[in-house]
Design a protein around this ligand. Structure first.
Ligand SMILES: *[C@@H]1O[C@H](CO)[C@@H](O)[C@H](O)[C@H]1NC(C)=O
Ligand SMILES: *[C@@H]1O[C@H](CO)[C@@H](O)[C@H](O)[C@H]1NC(C)=O
Ligand SMILES: *[C@@H]1O[C@H](CO)[C@@H](O)[C@H](O)[C@H]1NC(C)=O
Ligand SMILES: *[C@@H]1O[C@H](CO)[C@@H](O)[C@H](O)[C@H]1NC(C)=O
Ligand SMILES: *[C@@H]1O[C@H](CO)[C@@H](O)[C@H](O)[C@H]1NC(C)=O
Ligand SMILES: *[C@@H]1O[C@H](CO)[C@@H](O)[C@H](O)[C@H]1NC(C)=O
Ligand SMILES: *[C@@H]1O[C@H](CO)[C@@H](O)[C@H](O)[C@H]1NC(C)=O
Ligand SMILES: *[C@@H]1O[C@H](CO)[C@@H](O)[C@H](O)[C@H]1NC(C)=O
Ligand SMILES: *[C@@H]1O[C@H](CO)[C@@H](O)[C@H](O)[C@H]1NC(C)=O
Ligand SMILES: *[C@@H]1O[C@H](CO)[C@@H](O)[C@H](O)[C@H]1NC(C)=O
Ligand SMILES: *[C@@H]1O[C@H](CO)[C@@H](O)[C@H](O)[C@H]1NC(C)=O
Ligand SMILES: *[C@@H]1O[C@H](CO)[C@@H](O)[C@H](O)[C@H]1NC(C)=O
Ligand SMILES: [Cu+2]
Length: 577
């Protein structure tokens, strides 16, 4: 027979009391301290002094559970202004902790500190943190691992081990000097010298063999790889030789699992994959590699980062006499650098899990529609200068032909204190002022206009936004990231969006939900979200160079009527400009 009635009663009571416990009892507050300080790091036979957190490069992992509060004290010990963004965290009513400099806060200046204070609500999976000022995120980044609430399993078999792999981009020179030089000359910035896995370029680069990421595995196990693309300017293909990956989550949202040999990930995106190791020791080692997916014109770093998947030799493995024999090495074949077909097929496979426990709450009705063009343009060269942009102009980038001008004070403070005069204008156009064939021949006039213009949304507005790539300076994939929200990617296509035909094909059932989406090169993407989080929310291309050139704007979401629909007041230690 089964358990005694007494024991069953005890179990039942325990289960019941666990269920009845308010979440706040199970959730905890986790404290982190981030000392921003310099560190010397050697890669590719060259030492550079970089900005780090706690002398770690890449930066420390943040590990929390869904429902936890995080208190992260950031202390700035370097000469640069600093701010840190918790990429993908919804920041419900806690916009003061979001982090983009001059959007939700003034920077943390040298010698100052600020405590980022927020709760993780309704999210579990992999996200990441990074500096959100100028190009400092090139070395200031690390993963955020959000475990499900205690006792709640993954919607897939529990992995044997979990391994974060953060993809980065390594520059021998100082990235602040690189972007400052580019903005001065109007030309494209110098490209990187390597890509990295957890900060390591690996054996395909000169003088880098020992700086390789190694994943040591046992046979017959399932590993959860938590992949983050923190590269500055490049979408990346990723693959592991002779192994299939099962995608189970993107941007901290579970997906319908699917298998793939190769995946593509834009800067800003995260992807969790299951790696099933071979059932028996394979007597071989395998490369995992990443290199860019590139659609734009201009120079780029076309190099390849490699890491090593190494099997632990079982104790009972019979040596074939020759134990120091070098194991054969297998390398994956990545798609061509410009393989848009691969990218389209891959993103079309992404679907929300959409289960009863993890539903896809796609807005079915739309209150407000927006149509934004995204892409590059130019501005005139200052009179007594020669410029290195197209035809002697300066590179710019824009949304609806407006290149965003960074304010000198934080937008959220200006809004909250009612002092927005002279800081921003709430008149961002809902569609381009001059329509044209966005993916056709370039217009005669490539010049952009500029301003600090915001979109204003009443609380709980249901928004549909079409983002349309332009081919003014060549078609290009742009990974657009929205702060403060996840959105549903309800449709995408090539050419000009057709408002009469395309909406009929939208997926309103199980579209992928995420915080960063690639606007297809020479195409468009349609997203929907419910504006239920009051605050000022940055939206920008996650190719850092495009953000620097102005491909950014912000949404101002107003407070709702109820007390729990309002932005909380700012913390006392919020930095001042
Ligand atoms: C980095 O190296 C330089 C040159 O050797 C040295 O002067 C500096 O103190 C080092 N910085 C750190 C943070 O270790
Ligand atoms: C964090 O924010 C919560 C909610 O606003 C507040 O109650 C708490 O006092 C804050 N904690 C710190 C250390 O500022
Ligand atoms: C960028 O590259 C050019 C050409 O190699 C070089 O002259 C320049 O110093 C580099 N700029 C920076 C900031 O490293
Ligand atoms: C490595 O160095 C060799 C010789 O200096 C050079 O020919 C080659 O292009 C370099 N390879 C890379 C990937 O930098
Ligand atoms: C790896 O894949 C290659 C190419 O498909 C194949 O030739 C090789 O036998 C495989 N090796 C192992 C150990 O699976
Ligand atoms: C990468 O770029 C270099 C320099 O432009 C070129 O010589 C090389 O063929 C390219 N490699 C690949 C794999 O496309
Ligand atoms: C990709 O690049 C190759 C080689 O440069 C070129 O032949 C091909 O047409 C390109 N494909 C696309 C889709 O642009
Ligand atoms: C343009 O050149 C003149 C004369 O060399 C100089 O006085 C002026 O400051 C320059 N202006 C700018 C904007 O650089
Ligand atoms: C640069 O000038 C040439 C010749 O006038 C023109 O064909 C081309 O479209 C121009 N490019 C840009 C980006 O303005
Ligand atoms: C836009 O231009 C492209 C390329 O010239 C052309 O194929 C397409 O038909 C044009 N689209 C529209 C809507 O005019
Ligand atoms: C663009 O320039 C071409 C050639 O200079 C001219 O024929 C055409 O009318 C211009 N188009 C517009 C819209 O100004
Ligand atoms: C740091 O930020 C403050 C406030 O916005 C600004 O006044 C100052 O110029 C900045 N310092 C640097 C080095 O950028
Ligand atoms: Cu972009």
């Amino acid at each position: 027979m089964g358990a005694s009635p007494a024991l069953m009663g005890f179990v039942l009571l325990t289960v019941l009391s666990l269920c009845l416990l308010p979440e706040s009892v199970l959730a905890i507050t986790r404290h982190y301290k981030f000392n921003v300080e310099l560190k010397n790091v050697t890669r590719l036979c060259h030492t550079k002094t970089l900005v780090s957190v706690n002398g770690q490069f890449p930066g420390p992992r943040i590990v929390a559970r869904e429902g936890d509060r995080l208190l992260i004290k950031v202390v700035n010990h370097v000469q640069h202004n600093i701010s840190i963004h918790w990429h993908g965290i919804r920041q419900l009513r806690s916009g003061w902790a979001d982090g983009p400099a001059y959007i939700t806060q003034c920077p943390i200046q040298t010698g100052q500190s600020y405590i980022y204070n927020f709760t993780i609500v309704g999210q579990r999976g992999t996200l990441w943190w990074h500096a959100h000022i100028s190009w400092l995120r090139s070395t200031l980044y690390g993963p955020i691992i959000i475990l499900p609430k205690r006792g709640i399993p993954y919607p897939f078999a529990k992995p044997y081990k979990e391994v974060p792999i953060v993809f980065g981009e390594w520059f021998k020179s100082d990235t602040e000097a690189i972007i400052n030089q580019a903005l001065q000359t109007g030309g494209g910035p110098n490209v990187s010298d390597a890509y990295t896995f957890n900060g390591l370029p690996g054996p395909l680069y000169n003088c880098s063999a020992k700086d390789a990421f190694k994943l040591k595995v046992k046979s017959g196990k399932t590993y959860l790889l938590r992949l983050v693309n923190s590269a500055l300017n490049d979408d990346l293909f990723f693959s592991i030789a002779n192994h299939t990956l099962t995608v189970v989550e993107v941007d901290a949202v579970y997906v319908k699992p699917f298998e793939t040999e190769t995946l593509v990930i834009t800067p800003g995106q995260t992807t969790n994959v299951l790696l099933e190791t071979k059932p028996h020791y394979p007597s071989a080692t395998f490369f995992m590699t990443a290199r860019p997916y590139v659609t734009g014109l201009g120079t780029f770093d076309n190099s390849t980062v490699a890491g090593i998947l190494e099997y632990e030799k079982p104790l009972n493995f019979i040596h074939s006499g020759n134990s120091i024999k070098k194991l054969p090495l297998f390398k994956p074949i990545l798609p061509p650098l410009n393989d848009t077909n691969f990218v389209t097929n891959f993103v079309n496979k992404l679907r929300s899990l959409g289960s009863a426990q993890f539903p896809a709450n796609v807005p079915q009705n739309v209150d407000k529609r927006f149509f934004f063009t995204v892409g590059l343009g130019t501005s005139p060269c200052p009179r007594n200068q020669t410029c290195q942009g197209p035809n002697g102009t300066m590179f710019e980038a824009s949304i609806n032909n407006i290149s965003f001008v960074m304010p000198t004070t934080a937008l959220l403070q200006a809004h909250f204190t009612g002092q927005s005069n002279g800081v921003y204008v709430p008149d961002f156009p809902t569609s381009p002022l001059i329509p044209f064939n966005y993916t056709g021949n370039p217009p005669n006039n490539t010049m952009v206009s500029s301003g600090t213009k915001l979109v204003v949304l009443p609380f709980n507005t249901s928004v549909e936004l079409i983002m349309q790539d332009t081919s003014i300076l060549g078609a290009e994939n742009h990974p657009l990231h929205l702060h403060g929200y996840n959105f549903f990617v309800v449709g995408q296509g090539f050419g000009n969006f057709d408002p009469n035909k395309d909406p009929a094909k939208f997926n309103l059932v199980d579209p992928i939900e995420r915080n960063t989406v690639g606007v297809p090169s020479g195409g468009w993407v349609a997203i929907r979200f419910l504006a239920d989080n009051p605050g000022v929310w940055f939206m920008h291309c996650h190719l850092e160079v495009h953000t620097s050139w102005g491909l950014k704007t912000a949404w101002l979401v107003l407070d709702g009527k109820l007390p729990n629909q309002k932005l909380l007041p700012p913390p006392a230690d919020l930095p001042k400009c």
